[in-house]
Write a protein that binds this ligand. Structure first.
Ligand code: FMN
Length: 146
């Protein structure tokens, strides 16, 4: 894992252009897990009612180049970067891009937030929710072989 220097933390929201099947989601996660490990990117992908929220953290140049690919991906549209911060410590420790389906209200807290402060708070809550949720699961019960 690269621990060099400042990292970029970015959160975006987007809307799926069609209903995502489990295999659609698995395919996205497979690409993410393979590429992100090489690029030193960690994070989580949340999905709910055809909308995505993704947390990404890693070397700034890698995040920027990944966001170019993600923004051009026709599986979703309305890609909106809602939060960008410089960080020195990661919140998401695992190379496997985590995946979760949060409750509607929790998801909406972020997608509907109107001020940067509200977005930031909602992102922090979701990140904590995700991390605690993930830890509660048995290590062998997750999907994918990681
Ligand atoms: C919601 C969503 C999240 C994605 N997350 C990632 C990711 O974290 N890492 C990644 O490499 N690709 C991710 N992808 C796939 C990229 O958009 C793209 O297909 C992949 O990086 C290959 O890009 P390239 O064809 O420009 O090489 C995601 C796609 C979608 C629709």
């Amino acid at each position: 894992m690269s621990t060099d220097g400042e990292l970029k933390y970015l959160v975006y929201t987007s809307v799926a252009t069609r209903e995502m099947s489990p295999s659609d989601l698995e395919s996205i996660l497979h690409t993410a897990r393979t590429h992100n490990e090489r690029a030193g990117i960690t994070g989580a992908l949340l999905y709910r009612d055809d909308s995505f929220i993704q947390f990404l953290e890693g070397p700034p140049a890698e995040i920027d180049s990944l966001m170019d690919s993600i923004a051009a991906d026709d599986r979703h549209s309305h890609v909106r970067v809602v939060l960008v911060e410089r960080i020195t410590e990661r919140s998401f420790g695992d190379w496997r891009m985590g995946f979760g389906i949060p409750e509607k209200s929790r998801f909406a807290d972020l997608t509907d937030a109107t001020s940067y402060e509200d977005v930031k708070r909602a992102a922090e809550d979701l990140s904590i929710w995700f991390t605690v949720n993930e830890r509660r699961q048995s290590p062998v019960a997750g999907f994918g072989s990681g």
